[in-house]
Design a protein around this ligand. Structure first.
Ligand code: SME
Length: 148
């Protein structure tokens, strides 16, 4: 986990655009963690109650805009709390991106105490996320907020 964090920190410090840095973060997590099968960022669209898809790695998704309250992402936009879904089949308010997705974790990103976006990870395994994943991704969310 320490090595992962070191590498993530160095990617965040690269002298390339923010979009490129976030894209590299997605690619790195996808490469390093076998059960992270779709990794992406969503950001709030200005003051609208809507999320826009940012950099991601994984299958194409139709959910490029998600209204607040809709799906797991939309719920985190409202709650501001990490949402771990061990089995997406048990969620009624869920937006399917891929039939292969079995589990999801969404971690909010706060900038100046405002919930401005999130890290979204889908897994093809059931119940793969541990408290270490939550800890890593909440740490990453704080590090990402620093470069925004
Ligand atoms: N499953 C998410 C939608 C985004 S995709 O996973 C890329 C949700 O329910 O909000």
């Amino acid at each position: 986990m320490i090595d992962l964090k070191q590498k993530l920190s160095s990617l965040l410090a690269e002298e390339v655009s923010i979009q490129e840095r976030l894209q590299k973060i997605c690619a790195y997590l996808s490469q390093e963690i076998s059960y992270y099968n779709w990794i992406g960022f969503y950001f709030r669209d200005g003051e609208k109650e809507e999320l826009m898809l940012g950099p991601y790695v994984g299958e194409h998704t139709d959910h490029t805009r998600i209204p607040f309250g809709k799906g797991i992402c939309g719920q985190v936009a409202v709650s501001g709390s990490t949402f771990v879904v061990p089995d997406v089949a048990e969620q009624e308010n869920y937006l399917a991106c891929s039939l292969d997705t079995k589990a999801e974790i969404v971690v909010p990103i706060f900038k100046d105490a405002k919930n401005i976006g999130q890290i979204d990870i889908d897994s093809h395994s059931i119940d793969p996320f541990t408290k270490e994943d939550t800890e890593l991704l909440e740490w990453l969310s704080q590090e990402v907020a620093k470069i925004l």
